[in-house]
Design a protein around this ligand. Sequence first.
Ligand code: SF4
Length: 337
Amino acid sequence: MSNPPPLLEVTDLKKHFPIHAGVFSRVSGQVHAVDGVSFRIGPGETLGLVGESGCGKSTVGRTLLKLLEPTSGTIRVAGKDITHLDAAGMLPYRQRMQMIYQDPYASLNPRMSAGEIVAESLVIHQVGTAAERRERVAALFERVGLRPEAMHAYPHEFSGGQRQRIGIARALALNPDLIVGDEPVSALDVSIQAQIINLLMDLQDELKLSYLFVAHDLAVVEHISHRVAVMYLGRIVEMTDKVSLFEMPLHPYTEALLSAVPIPKYSARARRRVILKGDVPSPINPPTGCHFHTRCPYATPRCRQDVPALREVTPGHWASCHLHDSGPMLPLRSPAA
Ligand code: SF4
């Protein structure tokens, strides 16, 4: 018997944004925001997607939900190709895939009550009667830790953490399978972040939700994820289970990221300081070959020419780096160390 398809399968996804210039607004270039990204997420699994600002991780989340049209590539949900579905065809998939936004202040309509915000998708998808929707919204408020009476209050009457709870209740309203969290705790105080992360983990256990958790905070990603994918300039450069990633990073960029934010429970090797030189290059004109070669302490002339494929270096541990072309080169050693 063959295995069931993963809940979400993204293959070679690209999203380029045209740059218009001049009086006639001609296309003068492209921003390569997402440049060939592939991954899978299984039922009840959390994939953390990390990288520096501007690496394209939020664009991946928006494109796979088709809030942005992909430039190329394939998006499959439970085996069904949704890449080219129109708005009507996407309706059932909009129910299955929801989003929690980064900014709980900006993502809630200030003119709607909290109850109306959570009920909005139920109304759009014509779920239940008005009384049933009220009952559902009250139950969702309780489930995310808000008093049902708060349904009648407006967004400005809530704290930041409470607003994010409203955002979570809104995402849960249609019983989704997959939630994309786009930096859902980065705008919150640290103490509140922990509460929201724990709520998301409890909901996952209870409702068997899958998450794509987009974040730049490695400690948060380590806490919530089963597997982690690291992005650099529009490409995934490393992907594996979280213990392998934090204990034994295979890509020089991951090594540098981890060394900047050491997590005490992992070994000293994983916490060795590696300083990256220079800034992230522009995604308008990304470097040739390996995008990371302008900052990589291990770069060779070949890295400027050849794009390293994302290969399974050890079982379940994928990395795109020429260092591992003839098998895993472990451990990485900084030339400056
Ligand atoms: Fe560094 Fe070369 Fe590996 Fe890229 S392919 S990460 S430049 S060693």
